[in-house]
Design a protein around this ligand. Structure first.
Ligand code: UD1
Length: 417
């Protein structure tokens, strides 16, 4: 196993280039199951989750190649309509193959994801919606088995906003008979990006990016090409990196409009931020203001930025209340940040963060993807040496994080444990 060793206290300075969004690439990769043939994507990040999705697609009979940022997926010979437990347990997003498989092949067998480090995360809303589209769904030995002749369009109102749920059902409805309306749909940019790709394949989807998505089913789709949108969570993480180290970063190849809620909170925390077309420039300050944050579905403050923002707030000049409203157990970073000298107390779904004047380097353990990012950020600001172990979590979602940080002056290295 590998770990990161960080010598903190260096203000970061320079240019960071943002990679393609993992959470946009994964559903788009799953959507290739809807149209047999060769699909081509660019700006696809080299991440463990992308590799896992490739393994999953190859298990089904697809052939893919990932060269630089270019990814081709050939779904001509898909014949195994199954997502096995071993893959689903390492990546929950594997559930995204359920909708496409049942819509295109009339059958799918996908392992139930089970618990994960950030909570129970059920998939009941995905299943309920597929049943409303006419799929017969049963649970068999830990697997969801779904069958249908042809799905039939209908009105589906999600009880709760779900990102992959919206994506799964949108993909299924693209090949259904008639019109499907998704109410209380997720509005995340990744949902919109998936709709754009589906439309390129010949789907008829409107309203993606709003609460209500309308999908007029078509009989078949054909492979196409697209460029993956920039990763807004990676962008936000580097914005915090500039802030927490009191540095100055120019963040390129990003989409500032996707980060409005994050930018607003960072400005309230005192960071100076300038936005240009596909670029954000951030200046950190010495005196970080404590501000409260509540996570919400997009366009609210993303749960995937909660841990990183908390790292910044550990050095705030007062008290910040950070409330997690999406996942019930997403505070695994709190005890680790406290081990670095932070003063954070948990009260139900809120973390009460009392700012301290300095963090101290310590050995810490990564528990999930974004929690790991918060520990790296804290390590960059801390006095002395921080060792972050179990960084395979980071490699799931941050493309060459240590390399990008080194380029802007961080003293960070990757070593074998
Ligand atoms: C996606 C993102 C993840 C992000 C999350 C919230 C991907 C691959 N992952 O995850 O990075 O943190 O959105 O922005 O895009 N829920 C149910 N039943 C369901 C589905 C969801 O109760 O069937 C609940 C979840 O437990 C959670 C809430 O709904 O409390 C939102 O989850 P959801 O939006 O579905 O998250 P994911 O799509 O899994």
């Amino acid at each position: 196993m590998e770990k990161l060793i960080i010598e903190g206290g260096v203000p970061l300075n320079g240019v960071v280039e943002i990679s393609g969004a993992k959470n946009a690439a994964l559903p788009i990769m799953a959507s290739t199951l809807l149209a047999p043939g060769v699909h081509k994507f660019s700006n696809v990040p080299r991440l463990r989750d992308i590799a896992t999705m490739r393994i999953l697609l190859s298990h089904m009979g697809a052939v893919s190649e990932h060269d630089g940022g270019e990814l081709t997926v050939d779904t001509t010979s898909v014949n195994v309509l199954e997502a096995p437990y071993d893959l689903v347990k390492t990546m929950r997003a594997s559930i995204l193959v359920l909708g496409p498989l049942v819509a295109r092949y009339g059958r799918a067998r996908v392992s139930l994801p089970g618990g994960c480090a950030i909570g129970a995360r059920p998939i009941d809303l995905h299943i309920k919606a597929l049943e409303l589209l006419g799929a017969r769904v049963r649970i068999e030995r830990g697997y969801v088995v779904a069958e249908a002749n042809r799905l039939k369009g209908t009105v589906i109102t999600f009880d709760q906003v779900t990102v992959t749920g919206t994506e799964n059902v949108m993909m299924a409805a693209a090949l259904a008979d008639g019109t499907t309306v998704l109410e209380n749909a997720a509005r995340e940019p990744e949902v919109e990006a998936l709709a754009t790709y589906l439309n390129r394949m010949g789907a008829k989807i409107s309203g993606a990016g709003t609460h209500e998505i309308t999908i007029d089913g078509v009989v078949e789709l054909r492979p196409s090409k697209c460029r993956i949108i920039p990763d807004r969570i990676e962008t936000g993480t580097y914005m915090v990196a500039a802030g927490i180290t009191g540095g100055h970063l120019v963040i390129r190849h990003c989409q500032p409009a996707h980060l409005e809620a994050v930018t607003r909170k960072l400005q309230l925390a005192g960071l100076r931020i300038e936005e240009r077309n596909s670029e954000i420039e951030v200046w950190g300050i010495d005196n970080i203001h404590s501000v409260d944050v509540k996570t919400w579905p997009y366009p609210g403050f993303p749960t995937d930025m909660q841990a990183q923002f908390m790292a910044l707030m550990t050095l705030g000049n007062g008290v910040s209340v950070i409330t997690e409203q999406i996942f019930e157990n997403r505070f695994m970073h709190v005890p680790e940040l406290n081990r670095m000298g932070a003063n954070i107390r948990l009260e139900g779904r809120s973390a009460i963060v009392r700012g301290v004047t300095e963090l101290q380097g310590a050995p810490v353990m990564a528990t999930d993807l974004r929690a790991s990012a918060s520990l790296v950020l804290a390590g960059l600001a801390a006095e002395g040496k921080t060792e972050v172990s179990r960084i395979y979590h980071l490699d799931r979602g941050y493309e060459v994080l240590d390399e990008k940080l080194r380029k802007v002056g961080a003293r960070i290295k990757r070593v074998r444990e």
